[in-house]
Design a binder for this molecule. Sequence first.
Ligand SMILES: Nc1ncnc2c1ncn2[C@@H]1O[C@H](COP(=O)(O)OP(=O)(O)OP(=O)(O)O)[C@@H](O)[C@H]1O
Ligand SMILES: [Mg+2]
Length: 320
Amino acid sequence: MNIFPAYLSAPSALITVSVCQEILDSEGVVEINAGQLRYVDPFGMAMLGACFNSVRNKGCAIVVRQLSANLSGYLQRMDVFHGVELVDCAHNTGARRDRSGELVELTQIANQADVGDAAYRLAKAMIGREDTNEKPDEMSGYTPYERLVEPLQYALNELLENALTHARRGNKYACVWVASQYYPKKDLIRLGVVDNGCGFLESLQSHSELLQKRHLQAILLALRPRISCNRDLGLFTDSVNQGVGLTTSCRIAEHAGGRMILASGNAMHSTTGYSGEKADAYWQGVGIAMEVSRTKLADVRVRELLPSLDNIPPVNLRFE
Ligand SMILES: Nc1ncnc2c1ncn2[C@@H]1O[C@H](COP(=O)(O)OP(=O)(O)OP(=O)(O)O)[C@@H](O)[C@H]1O
Ligand SMILES: [Mg+2]
């Protein structure tokens, strides 16, 4: 019997990863006691989405027991228990209230072609309803609503795109799971984006600046501006990659009063706190949590946060 801890969340990313690993290692029907579980954030939900999907693909059934009534309703509302049997758990019988503008249910994305639309739709859902009377700013042409959507849309686009390109170099069937929620009392938007691909270390293992072949070092290297597997390793299949997506998404989180937490292999790194590795935790892929203050998104200008283009070779201009 597997046991859920009290928290399945980004700050306890390594514990969340070890539980998912235990679930993945179980043989036969996967039974999980959820009696102690108190809180699941969008990172935890996206991890469960990826984990349950692998279990189902092995043809194994999943049974969750003793979930509290509160969590049971909420997690069913978030579509976390697709194909999961709930035993001794309160069932969600209430009508499905429209909560667009507050949360985005757990969603699996498998096609790179869907990334642009998904990023736009998810970002809008997190900002809430558009005030159609708002006038665009004369200088920028953006309405205040569009200003809030843009940074989130950028970050989601980059994270989803990474998950369906780089992550697939090790596992061509890799997918990505995303969930999100707005917490009005704290004015915080939390996002979870989890893939089951090759992970940072495999993607960057031949990079000359990866001095130690460890998961934590690979995460830290990926966060540096202008670091990319294909730009620096001479894989010219995707010559568009400039190594700025992750750095800029992280800067967006910080400028919007938030943070980013990344987990891959046996390591996690938080931009505001703990970084480390745990011997008995392992996630085959990348899990990212992003937290931003919704109000502060208004002060973020994505263009000003993009790493400079200094070290890009100049284009040869010919005037003849
Ligand atoms: N989900 C992921 N799985 C595996 N490796 C990843 C993942 N996301 C990022 N990486 C690695 O981290 C590197 C840096 O990512 P980043 O998004 O900053 O740059 P990029 O995708 O290469 O370029 P750009 O985002 O500018 O198009 C990637 O080149 C890749 O090696
Ligand atoms: Mg990228």
